[in-house]
Design a protein around this ligand. Sequence first.
Ligand code: NAD
Length: 476
Amino acid sequence: MADKLDSMPLIAGEPVREGGRQVGDVLNPATGERIGGVTHANSDDLDRALEAAARGFKAWRGNGADQRAAILTRAAGLIRERAAAIGETITREQGKPIKEAVGEVVYCAMLLEFYAGEIKRIYGRTLVRPAGARVEVQYHPVGPVAGFAAWNFPALNVMRKIGGALAAGCSTIVKPSEETPSGGLALVQALIDAGVPGDAVQCVFGEPDAVSRHLLASPVIRKVTFTGSTAVGKHLAKLAAEDLKIATMELGGHAPVLVFADSDIDAALDTMAGAKFRNAGQVCVSPTRFLVEEPVFERFRDGFVERARAVNVGDGMDKGTQMGPMASARGLERMESLIADATGAGANLLTGGERIGNQGYFHQPTVLSEVPTSAEIMNEEPFGPIALINPMPGEDAMIAEANRLPYGLAAYAWTKDPARRRRLAAEIESGMLGIEAASVSAADAPFGGVKWSGYGSEDGREGVMACMVTKTVHEG
Ligand code: NAD
């Protein structure tokens, strides 16, 4: 592993060297030190990428399903082989524990393997007409796709932008986050090494707004896909609408966790505390608002505090670390301001609440209880290691609180009652619901939100179909 992590755009299969271009700093969040640079594409580079994407689309879509599947399977193999090295760059740039980082890379390989199989299951259909005539419903790749990925899953967010698109036969230009550039870039390189033409899978970096405006202004791009905040998602959806490009938006959440008295409280605690502090809470499906039925409130609250205090916080490269630093100083500042606002509004701070040390961006696992709905943190995604635990009188109030916010990405419930499970599945407004389950993500299952958490799905069959358009061919 090189000490320095320098990332540069990959356009038409070639790395774009510095040559007077702007170079941004990449920091290690465990130390705050610069560990590499990221070369920004200039306007001419982006134009070259667009021309290549148009060429790449024609070349890549021309491959049969078998050939595309073989190449994606090969790329998955390379990603598995390189998982340890790619994972290490992720930990150094983003901070998460190395085990989580390597697991994230392996998940990317699993996603590609799923998509490689799914390519062969993109069926059209034939409609019955009088003899000699027929109507065929066909699916075609939409065209070149521009993807913009956030820093919290430096590899997976990128794979979600490009995997389904490549499976569908689209070419892609992806912009990983400039704060965590290496992981996504390594995936693009693996795809090229496996045989995807360099014109069909490209990677750019730059000032995010300038890059997205440039790419979305071009008629070459037919679809945009974004992971990040609701504010930026709304902005990109408007830019896409100007040219009627289709869009997939994977935006913020504020996941409620409904804990009923009939559930296995110890299992709920073990599972949900682990999920809360995974990736220091910087996960769009992170459990956030714990709505706990009154009879078990104190037990759940005290058990959660105990588990939060036991989390081993440290440098993600250390084997015993369970929670790394926050990814940036920005996140740390936001925790401080949200906690001050919540305690000012009357919330109880039960554990944590402070930054750890003054090197890097470490924050204590934090639990707040009896948090008023007027507090900012009950309304805006904290995206950090803070759990909010409130007592609730019963099911109706819990469902109403779960649905109170405009977000609807993930929701979780702990109950043994089958009838209640069905009611929750019907009534909770979310794209994913975990019932006695912390994981709401799997390669073969659609992942996406409703309301302000966005639209469209990644992963699963839906992740491929989201990059296809329908054509109906009538033969007389
Ligand atoms: P952000 O939306 O500003 O940035 C997220 C990513 O989008 C970054 O990698 C950034 O480079 C990119 N981006 C920003 N503006 C862009 C633009 N105009 N065009 C293209 N790409 C653009 O979010 P942030 O400041 O990093 O974090 C703020 C909040 O966003 C978090 O607290 C969290 O609520 C939310 N967020 C959600 C996710 C998610 O997984 N859904 C990921 C990251 C952040």
